[in-house]
Design a protein around this ligand. Structure first.
Ligand code: ISE
Length: 313
């Protein structure tokens, strides 16, 4: 993911210049840097005066520490999801930013920039399909890597649906219930929002046929859903077909590109865009509460110890 963000900054983002790349593996860093400065120590890159803004695309457990280092250095940061491995760490980022009194953190929930999700968001916000009542999500990965744990299906994958459902509906989630197939995969998560909307999500880590994300929003007077994820259909051997990508990068290429451009534009203008540290904290907190309550198989009432600070109004 880091290599793709570096490529976007280098080749596809106006107003940006790739100044430096960091990876513990110096060969990997050098390959992605293509002439930019190379670091093997992230805090050194964050502190470097060559660097004005940072993109974090490191293992999930390191996100919060690096995001806090960016806040300490007073530098804008686009941090891959999830913002933190625990709700407590997410909260510490919110508190650090609130103490600073200005927003520097954007969480890389790139689906907010995907043209299909944006159209669905507009349809809901303008009342085109009437009041929203249901959102059906499908999140299928080709196969989970061996280091993927059961909890990561929620904290690393389903966290996207937590964010996109809050954003699409403009609602907060108040409860969740999980039902898992034998072996834990796939699982069905049902959430309910503060406006009573029902959100169903199939989270399927080993769907076998390809990477497939789908959403259908049901309103009181109509529905809107994603078309097949393709630009072309092939007619061959008596059949019409299209292919599925093997992972999220081809599926969300445009979303990643638009997110990077919007972040660079906003950062240059001293504004913020996309999901905030607050959104990052809330999504990680919901994911954590779901993981904690999953085994019980009961409805989980979601709670947050802190009200939304004024900085995120
Ligand atoms: C991965 O980390 C991503 O962020 C992808 O967008 C998501 O679909 C996948 O399930 C995650 O593992």
């Amino acid at each position: 993911m880091g290599a793709e963000h570096a490529r976007l900054l280098r080749e596809e983002t106006a107003g940006a210049h790739l100044a430096a790349v960091c990876d513990a593996d110096v060969i990997r860093a050098t390959t992605a840097a293509k002439g930019a400065a190379v670091f093997t120590d992230a805090p050194a890159l964050i502190a470097s005066d060559k660097v004005q803004a940072i993109v974090i695309a490191s293992p999930d457990a390191t996100h919060a520490g690096y995001a806090l280092a960016c806040l300490n250095a007073g530098k804008p940061v686009l941090c891959e999801k999830p913002i933190a491995a625990t709700a407590a760490e997410g909260l510490s980022i919110v508190q650090a930013e609130a103490a600073l009194g200005r927003r520097l953190v954007t969480v890389g929930f790139m689906r907010r920039f995907d043209p299909a999700y944006v159209e669905m968001h507009t349809a809901r916000a303008t009342g085109r399909i009437g009041d929203a009542v249901l959102l059906h999500n499908i999140h299928r990965n080709l196969s989970a890597p061996d280091w993927f744990t059961g909890a990561m299906a929620v904290t690393n994958s389903f966290v996207h649906e937590i964010d996109i459902s809050r954003w699409l509906l403009g609602s907060e989630m108040v409860s969740a219930q999980v039902t898992s197939a034998p072996g834990g995969d796939p699982m069905m998560v049902t959430m309910q929002s503060d406006k009573g909307e029902i959100i169903s999500t199939e989270v399927h880590m080993n769907a076998a046929y390809g990477y497939h994300v789908h959403a259908q929003l049901v309103g009181r007077s109509g529905t809107i859903e994603m078309a097949a994820p393709t630009r072309v259909l092939t007619n061959l051997f008596s059949a019409q077909s299209f292919g599925f990508p093997s992972n999220w990068v081809p599926r969300f290429t445009e979303a990643y590109r638009l997110q990077m451009q919007a972040w660079v534009d906003a950062t240059t203008a001293g504004r913020t865009v996309g999901a905030s540290a607050w959104d990052g904290y809330v999504t990680t907190s919901i994911a954590e509460q779901i993981v904690d309550g999953m085994a019980a198989g009961r409805r989980i009432d979601l709670t947050f110890p802190l009200a939304r600070p004024a900085l995120y109004a």
